[in-house]
Each structure stands twice: as C-alpha cells, then as structure tokens.
Design a protein around this ligand. Structure first.
Ligand code: PLP
Length: 215
C-alpha cells in the first residue's frame, strides 16, 4: 500500500473521537504531502529545526505536534507556531515555554509526559512531579500555559500484558486529575500498540512507521 492508503485505512479504523497524529520525523516533505492530500492535518515531529523547516514549506492549516524530548533552549524555535507540545517533562521546560508563549502573545497548549515504562531510558514525570506542576498551574503561576492532558510511552516489548498495564496506569492518573484540571487529551499509542491504547482510553495516537514505513 502507498503512504496515502496506509493513512486512509488507519483513519477508517480509528474511532472518530480519537485524533490520529501522523508522525513524520525523518521523512521527506513529499511523503508528508501525500498524507496531507488524504486529509491529514496533524503531524508529529521530534526535532525543532526539522519541524520548523516543514512548517515553513507545507500549508499553514497543519497542526504541528512536538512529540520528542524538548531541550529548553530549543523551545523558542517552535513555540511561535506549534499546536501542541506532548513532551513536557520538567517544570524548568514549562517555565521556558511559558516565557516564549508570552513573547508570542499566545497560550501554549501542552501535555505532561508521564513515565509509565519499565525502561530506564524514557523521559517523563512521576506522579508527585505531576502533582507539583498541576498545583503551580492551579495557582495561575504560568499564565501562558494550558495543560490540556497527559502523554505516555509504553515499554518497547512484545509483552501485551505489560503494555496494557502501563496504559492502564496512565489512564488511571488521567481520570484522577481529569475533572479538576479539565484535561481533555490522553496521548498514548504508537504503530505497534495504538489499538491497545485506544481500548484503554487513548484520545490521541501518534503513528509513524505504520503510515510512512520504517525509518
Ligand atoms: C517516533 C515516535 C512515535 C511514532 O513511532 P512509530 O512506532 O513509528 O509509530 C510516537 N511517539 C513518539 C514519542 C515517538 O518518538
């Protein structure tokens, strides 16, 4: 199947209320254009400079999602145009984003990335760090930030039971804070596990290789 067909069949199989973010990192503009023509308006990237270049080249009605670890000193590259930052994993980063958002006269939508995997390498906040940040948001100390949900990455394993447990732990956290903080987005699920993630309550999946092929 072509890239376009991959996208169309995925979009057809995903419930209407789940947003499909096409993860286009490392892929050339021509590939993104095919998915755009098929109707996709949500693209995910993990490198600020690459996202900026693609933003400048492609139509302006695209919603750009930063899904990778973001260094504080790179926030200024994307804040002027980025739709949603999924990967906020420290208070320091959030403060920098707030400052950049202020300069751009915008409220920056962000997700807090939660550590759910059993692997050492993945970024993310613990529950106590999450609470600390939500408290600061509650006290309106970051006026140009809107925390609209949570994001997580499951372990890279074939053990479906483990992946399911990790998604459930994130959904439980989401439910716990959902009402008080008006959270709307639960970003979980990638090419290998998006179906399971949707079963467990995901509202946004980030799918790369199942659309664009291997990287
Ligand atoms: C690369 C990446 C994805 C997409 O991964 P695929 O397995 O290619 O679907 C999703 N989320 C994050 C955070 C990523 O870095």
């Amino acid at each position: 199947m072509s890239i376009k067909e991959n996208y169309q069949s995925l979009q057809k199989n995903i419930p209407n209320l789940v947003t499909l973010v096409a993860v286009s990192k490392t892929k050339p503009i021509v590939d993104l254009e095919q998915v755009y023509e098929a109707g996709c308006r949500h693209f995910g990237e993990n490198k600020p400079q690459e996202m900026l270049l693609k933003y400048q080249t492609l139509p302006k009605d695209i919603n750009w999602h930063m899904i990778g670890h973001l260094q504080s000193n790179k926030a200024k590259i994307i804040v002027p145009f980025v739709h949603l930052i999924h990967s906020v994993d420290s208070l320091k980063l959030l403060q920098v984003i707030d400052n950049e958002a202020k300069k751009n006269n915008k409220i920056q939508n962000c997700l807090l990335q939660i550590f759910i995997a059993k692997e050492e390498t993945k970024f993310g906040l613990s529950e106590s760090e999450l609470e600390e940040i939500l408290q600061i948001i509650d006290n309106q100390l970051l006026k140009n930030i809107a925390i609209i949900g949570l994001m997580g990455m499951a372990s890279f394993t074939n053990d479906q039971t483990q992946v399911k447990q990790e998604f459930q732990s994130l959904k439980t956290l989401f439910d716990k804070y959902q009402q008080k903080y008006a959270l709307k987005v639960l970003s979980m699920g990638m090419s290998g596990d998006y179906e399971l993630a949707i079963q467990e309550g995901s509202t946004m999946v980030r799918v790369g290789s199942a659309i664009f092929g291997t990287r």
